[in-house]
Design a protein around this ligand. Sequence first.
Ligand code: FAD
Length: 475
Amino acid sequence: MIFWFRRDLRLSDNRALVEAARRGDGDVVAVFVIDPQLAASVGPARGAYLSETLRALDASLEGQLVLRRGEPSAELAQVARATGARQVIATEDFAPAGRSRDARVRSALASAGITTTFFDSAYVVRPGTVRTKTGTPCKVFTSFRRGWENEEFTEPLGRVAGVNWVRTQSVDVSELSDVVARRRPEYFGALPDDVPHFDSRVGETGAGAILQDFVTRVGSYDETRNLPGVTGTSRLSAHLRFGTLHPRQVLAATNGSTHGAEVFRAEICWREFYADVLLHHPDSTWRELQPAMAHLRVDRDDAAIERFQRWARGETGYPLVDAGMRQLLAEGWMHNRVRMVCASFLVKHLHLDWRWGAQWFMWRLIDGDVASNQHGWQWSAGTGTDASPFHRIFNPTLQAERFDPEGRYVRQYVTELATVAAPQCLQPGAGDGLFAPTGYVAPMIDAATERDDALVRFREAREFARTTSREDGGS
Ligand SMILES: Cc1cc2nc3c(=O)[nH]c(=O)nc-3n(C[C@H](O)[C@H](O)[C@H](O)COP(=O)(O)OP(=O)(O)OC[C@H]3O[C@@H](n4cnc5c(N)ncnc54)[C@H](O)[C@@H]3O)c2cc1C
């Protein structure tokens, strides 16, 4: 019996693994396959994080993880031949690329006489389950949340027991980060490709430690989650991304009657909602969920590329935006409030394509997840579900004053402003004028002017969509 690890790199509450052990009478070959096709779009941050996570998994398997590199069906078939296994079990994947890979693997292995079974999911409720009263997929979060809460939530299982891990030929874990030839879009130019300093608490044990720490804070989550200068959120996203923790385990540990626990549960539900939306709309990975918004005029010339790169380097002159983009570069993670502000700034103040920003986030984030990232971006760009309407435009300075009033976050990441007190350190052009020059950049744009331009573009797009739909209707 082969257990094919993918986004479930843990031994506890791994239902597909338990099923593999049951069907294999305890004999299981634990395999992870580095698929060069998929790995080419994994940036250095997530590549390094995955390597560390695989090392931790291998240690918890007492060195018995079989790591292979190549096209998954060919690698799995070889492992099956070497070990005499006739079955492969894996946790079901719901993202578009994963689903088409799994269909290919299942059919290729079937022709070699090997059956492939997909089991469970990386979600509390299997994507595709929740529907509206009329049986259609949910388009908005509130309706999804209602249905999701009505589903049965199963308790997490303990660590799989009584398994005899069967070993065969394997490659070294370092192959993942060192060997893969990455595909970088041209507009990244010379943007950095270094590995960020992420939390060293990786793997299942690391996830457990972070969860235990958060359990003591979840009661105040509702008050602190929007403050980037405070450790208010769980910091569990990369663990949920790689499945070193299942959301069942997270909900069981944080379950409580506080308002904080309730608000936190809603955030876990957002993750499930976006997976559901992506399942029903696989095109929404790169296409606007609201077709009318595809007509929004965006800039793509050399000056636009230059603006994109300044944004990505955290050199816009807007302190909260720059702090967020520098946190992303330094840690491979960014606070949710700041993700929203940075995304809005790229689309609505710099007039760039949301896909450019989404691609950069995916490149740098250790928690980069196609459903949450693409739909987080679509939400911010006003093109997605529950779209925060395009014309509601975050003012980056007011956001800083509201959510980082003491400038703790800004001063931590924009080191040029480390000694400038709030509220001055939150202003565009901070460091110039009233203060001794700090070396911090002048604002690259005037937010009020660009906001007006964004609204003009929005009206044009809406008008264009209205006219063309009228013409289509008449033809
Ligand atoms: C533009 C943009 C891009 C994003 N890209 C990603 C991404 O690639 N991967 C990712 O996991 N999240 C993404 N998010 C959602 C959110 O920012 C992160 O999940 C969160 O910041 C992770 O930190 P945390 O674990 O401390 O979150 P917490 O606040 O502690 O939340 C707990 C968990 O709930 C889930 N969650 C929370 N907020 C959201 C949300 N808005 N949408 C979906 N799931 C959520 C995450 O799994 C998170 O770990 C994005 C949001 C935006 C606005």
